[in-house]
Design a protein around this ligand. Structure first.
Ligand SMILES: *Cc1c(COP(=O)(O)O)cnc(C)c1O
Length: 375
């Protein structure tokens, strides 16, 4: 199928770009000995799991549904962490994974016997209470966080039956932040590491970014594995699909108000790229500049009724036209997985640009997908 036969809005993932990222991750595995899992929270486009599974060791999940998807569609190792497991889901989770990470001493005590009896490799998430970035929304190590067991809440009775520890405090970061965090992890929890089979460094490693310092990551993994004789896991989400996805959208209308020229698109910030509002951040559009940088500036907004459904102000070398297609970049992670149907707005189709250059429509959505979630 040719690209122009797809209706906007649609996401596509570029297979060749994804393979480049996967090769980088595979070389990190090979050089360091770390195992790398896909964090499905960021990216659950399971039509690409068979490809990703050729390079990575498995998946990690945050819920029953994600763990089933990883188990059924990806294979390999299946891990799960949840801030709080729910009793009625627990049996089914046990059937779909072999590694489980618990958030608190109470959760671990409550489920320990059942998980161990099922042969699960159990871990506890620790919280080093050491922040390396300033987005509170994405900082599990911030004061008051509910994520992970602090040293103050830790005691040695918890060690019985534990085969691993897990921490996750980074977000879109380089390996200097990991190295700093490991100093604190060792200071606080180092004496328990010789008893562990594995240590999971969580996600937030921007390994595939051009300026990422891979050498430091590799040497830190090797250092920790040798010092404590354990297996290190990394579970990036964003880093797996960074810069591999696009969102294509069409300009539908223009509205001038108080000197602002709005362009209304057939894609919406609030339903199709909620991180633009939540994070917040400004996604890049191919051929665009900052407001005022090029001759024609527009405020790009969505077709929803939310006044704040604004993607941002962008400028172009030419006046935009109704029917013109714009391309947002880096739209694979935290996009499809966060979509919603607010205002009854349709979900974007999902496509793959194959390494051969051919565009393949994987799925499109309609009225039933909206109706199905309501009653
Ligand atoms: C979100 C999350 C990840 C993945 O984080 P990225 O920033 O997408 O790499 C990994 N592990 C845990 C526990 C997470 O919550």
């Amino acid at each position: 199928m040719e690209k122009h036969q797809l209706f906007t809005p649609y996401y596509y993932v570029d297979e060749a770009l994804l393979i480049n990222n996967l090769k980088i991750l595979k070389s990190v595995k090979k050089r360091s000995g770390a195992k790398i899992l896909l964090a499905q929270k960021a990216f659950s486009m399971f039509s690409l799991y068979p490809l990703i599974a050729q390079y990575l060791d498995g998946t990690t999940a945050s819920s029953l549904h994600e763990v089933k998807l990883g188990h059924d569609e990806f294979g390999g190792e299946t891990h799960i962490f949840s801030p709080a497991y729910i009793d009625r889901e627990f049996e089914e989770i046990l059937e779909n994974c072999e590694h489980m990470v618990f958030n608190t001493p109470t959760q671990w005590s409550k489920f320990r016997a059942r998980a161990l009896a099922a042969g699960i490799d159990c871990g506890l998430r620790i919280n080093p209470e050491y922040s390396t970035q300033e987005h509170d929304m994405y900082d599990p190590a911030a004061a008051g966080s509910r994520l992970g067991t602090t040293l103050g809440n830790f005691d040695e009775t918890l060690l019985e039956g534990l085969s691993g520890l897990h921490f996750h405090t980074l977000c879109e970061q380089n390996s200097d932040a990991l190295k700093e965090t490991l100093v604190i992890i060792e200071e606080k929890f180092g004496k328990y590491l010789p008893d562990m089979k594995w240590l999971n460094f969580g996600g937030g490693h921007h390994i595939t970014r051009a300026d990422y310092d891979i050498e430091t990551l590799v040497s830190e993994v090797i250092r920790i594995q040798n010092k404590y004789n354990l297996q290190v896991y990394l579970e990036p989400g964003e880093g797996v699909v960074l810069n591999t996805g696009f969102l294509e959208t069409t300009v539908i209308d223009f509205v001038e108000n108080s000197g602002v020229m709005n362009a209304i698109l057939d894609t919406s910030a609030t339903t199709h790229m909620p991180d633009v509002i939540e994070m917040p951040y400004r996604p890049f559009i191919i051929g665009s500049g900052e407001a005022g940088e090029k001759v024609y500036t527009y405020r790009l907004g969505g077709p929803s009724c939310l006044a704040g459904d604004v993607i941002g102000d962008y400028s172009f070398d030419h006046p935009l036209e109704i029917g013109e297609v714009l391309t947002f970049t880096d739209m694979a992670h935290y996009s499809m997985v966060k979509n919603n149907t607010f205002n009854g707005i349709g979900l974007p189709s999902i496509a793959i640009k194959r390494a051969s250059g051919e565009m393949e429509l994987v799925k499109s959505f309609g009225y039933e997908d909206f109706k199905m979630r309501l009653s």
